[in-house]
Unconditional design. Structure first.
Length: 515
């Protein structure tokens, strides 16, 4: 028998550890792992020396991406260059693809770790829109937003639609529920309410119970998969959907959802195979064409993407064209085919006159061309639809975030997205003199009109704005810096002193320009 020395055992142990680490690393998304590692490394440097003022920035990809030129990084430089007699540190904790529930779930951990004086939020764009114009109505909207359609998308849209919510108190006291004999949709309703309360573990248990109660309930699988995706556990989400697909092999939504998961896992051949399988079952299924075209556009296959969409428009009934036109417009923006954009927009609006994203894109198109009146008509209509369609869960999460910060004595700076009306954000949060609102509407609209949309944004995923260029991020940082200094660090003679009126906000610096 061959004897193993102590040194050999140590080497074997180390080898096993290395192999295990390699396996773990291969199971992760390399891009995501690298992104968070670099972000944590940069943020970690800020913990070594306590600044005079520490600012924590929360949001999704519009905050997180392009970290070297992201608005938090530029904001730190702008504030320190003002020579206010104090040193500022700005921490970027943006997470690509996250929705407001995820931001709230991470809030306590981030506050404990960084102990900020000020928190800046720019969030909510990934939360699905819902029609709240009529009490009780919960209608999911088409043309899902860019990142929202990948990690959260339709999977998380099911968390907020497809059935009426029931009161958590009523369900908890229901004898049928307590006996364990509730139906699948009752478990779903309970899970949703736990999700709103940010009790992720309880929500997961309820969604699992919903799946067990009715293995053919697609919404139950989608809700549970949304929990896994929030944790970036795509392997678990895949396993769940394969189980769903085995039970529902002809369900187009199951095929389409799993294709989205595969795309996000960079398994493009599997993604296209499932989409083709869905189209074989129903050649008129518009979402599959739109998603296939989008995947090709994002991979740089622009001409194939165009061919897919033109082919789909010839096959799919006209009343289902809105999602196809929205993707075709996005494609022509990417290809700089402005000569064809107006025709596409007109056809799209004719099919779907209340599509907020299409209205916004059309408004920006006219704004760039200097046609202010036409631009204003479309942008105002889009803004009104958004005002009646924000997700109540977004408002709940924003208010909970505000309460947590107030309890900890941390100031909240609520920043509205570029191009958008800050009044919608104020509507969600209510009149609170302790909140500083930053209005990014007038400055961006004027910039786009004066120069071009491409000067400020790299895409148009939200309809009227997208991920910012270095210049766009600079404008975000400038607006935030002016608002913060004006409110909290206004110069008084030779020294610094907080602003006299606590009710002042960024909109006091510059009122929203009329559209």
């Amino acid at each position: 028998m061959v004897m193993t020395t102590g040194r050999q055992k140590l080497l074997l142990l180390l080898f096993g550890v290395v192999v295990s680490l390699i396996v773990v690393e291969l199971s992760l998304s390399t891009a995501g792992w690298l992104f968070y590692s670099l972000q944590d490394m940069r943020n970690g440097h800020a913990l070594f020396k306590r600044p005079d003022v520490r600012i924590l920035c929360l949001g999704e990809s519009t905050t997180a991406m392009d970290d070297g030129h992201a608005y938090p990084r530029q904001l730190e430089g702008i504030l320190n260059d003002m020579n206010l007699g104090m040193r500022f540190q700005v921490i970027n904790k943006g997470v690509p693809g996250i929705y407001t529930t995820g931001i709230l779930l991470r809030l306590s951990e981030n506050l404990d770790k960084y102990n900020p004086d000020i928190v800046i939020t720019m969030m909510g764009i990934n939360d699905p829109l819902e029609d709240i114009s009529e009490p009780g109505e919960r209608i999911g909207r088409g043309a899902v937003l860019f990142l929202n359609s990948f990690k959260t998308g339709k999977l998380l849209l099911h968390l907020a639609q497809a059935y009426q919510r029931k009161s958590l108190q009523v369900l908890e006291g229901n004898p049928v529920f307590l006996s364990g004999n509730a139906d699948s949709f009752e478990y779903l309703a309970m899970g949703e309410n736990y999700l709103v309360q940010n009790n992720l573990a309880a929500a997961e248990r309820m969604f699992e119970a919903a799946v067990n109660a009715d293995p053919h309930n697609h919404e139950a699988y989608a809700s549970l998969a949304g929990i896994y995706i929030e944790r970036y556990d795509f392997a678990a989400a895949e396993k769940l959907y394969l189980q769903n697909l085995n039970l529902n092999p002809y369900n187009l939504e199951v095929l389409d959802d799993l294709a989205e998961i595969y795309y996000f896992m960079d398994r493009h051949e599997d993604s296209e195979r499932l989409i083709q399988q869905a189209l074989d079952l129903d050649p008129h299924y518009a979402p599959a064409y739109a998603h296939l075209a989008k995947y090709n556009r994002l991979r740089g296959n622009l001409h194939r993407s165009e061919q897919i969409l033109l082919d789909a428009l010839s096959k799919v009934p006209t009343f289902l064209h809105d999602e196809l036109y929205a993707e075709l417009a996005q494609l022509y923006v990417s290809m700089n085919r402005t000569d064809q954009l107006e025709q596409v927009y007109r056809k799209a609006i004719a099919v779907s006159p209340d599509n907020e994203r299409l209205l916004s894109m059309f408004g920006v198109f006219y704004l760039e061309r200097g046609e202010d009146q036409r631009a204003g008509n479309y942008l105002r209509k889009a803004a009104e639809i958004r005002r009646l369609s924000y997700n109540p869960e977004t408002a709940v999460n924003y208010r909970q975030l505000r309460q947590i910060l107030a309890w900890r004595g941390v100031r909240l700076v609520a920043m509205q997205y570029p191009m958008r009306d800050v009044r919608i954000l104020k509507q969600m949060l209510g009149s609170d003199p302790d909140i500083l609102f930053v209005d990014n509407g007038p400055s961006f609209r004027e910039g786009v009109k004066r120069e071009s949309y491409d000067s400020y944004f790299t895409d148009i995923f939200a309809g009227d704005f997208g991920h910012a260029t270095e210049k766009g991020n600079r404008l975000l940082a400038d607006n935030a810096a002016r608002a913060i200094v004006n409110r909290y660090f206004r110069m008084k003679g030779a020294g610094n002193k907080a602003a006299d009126s606590p009710s002042e906000s960024a909109s006091a610096i510059g009122q929203p320009a009329p559209l």
